[in-house]
Ligand binder design. Sequence first.
Ligand SMILES: Cc1cc2nc3c(=O)[nH]c(=O)nc-3n(C[C@H](O)[C@H](O)[C@H](O)COP(=O)(O)OP(=O)(O)OC[C@H]3O[C@@H](n4cnc5c(N)ncnc54)[C@H](O)[C@@H]3O)c2cc1C
Length: 156
Amino acid sequence: MGNIQPIEYHYGFIPNQGGRECSVFDNLILVGDSAGQSNPLVLEGIRHAIEFGRLAGEVGANSIEKNCSKESLIQYEKIWKKKLSSKIESSLRVQSRWLKFSDDDWDNELDIIREMSVDELLDFVKGDFSASKMVKLALNHPKIAAKQLFNLVLKR
Ligand SMILES: Cc1cc2nc3c(=O)[nH]c(=O)nc-3n(C[C@H](O)[C@H](O)[C@H](O)COP(=O)(O)OP(=O)(O)OC[C@H]3O[C@@H](n4cnc5c(N)ncnc54)[C@H](O)[C@@H]3O)c2cc1C
């Protein structure tokens, strides 16, 4: 690829402690990173900020007649948490497993990851852990180490 030089650097902080306990207040809705909606495994947050930004706009507009009170905005929090909370929590469990890894642990984990199909891996890193997908993963990858990883994701 020839002589490649960096032309600019991109960096920044992403809140990475899971969803905020409370994301609505009187006259205020938190969306995206401020609500802790980014995926802890790969720290992608753009699609959640867009999806739940739209939702915040809809719920906010509908609550104008109620002075945008916290109670009138709570529907926003209920909807995004129902869609995302369990995925974020599962991703956080995998993340905390990965953060403790030694090089040898990583070699073993990569053996599991290497056996996943591209679609399985994408679902996994996106935190798309529906029960049916996890059952399929467990069936496709019966090794004990793989099962431990998938059980960790499913733990409630
Ligand atoms: C280096 C890096 C790479 C990333 N790569 C990806 C990726 O590939 N895919 C992906 O999905 N996500 C990625 N992310 C995460 C993604 O950028 C964020 O999750 C997403 O931008 C969150 O959107 P947001 O609107 O919540 O916050 P932001 O995009 O951070 O927007 C917040 C805005 O508020 C402004 N602001 C802050 N304080 C004030 C203030 N007091 N008054 C007025 N304005 C204020 C800021 O200037 C900013 O423009 C990356 C993040 C980083 C740092």
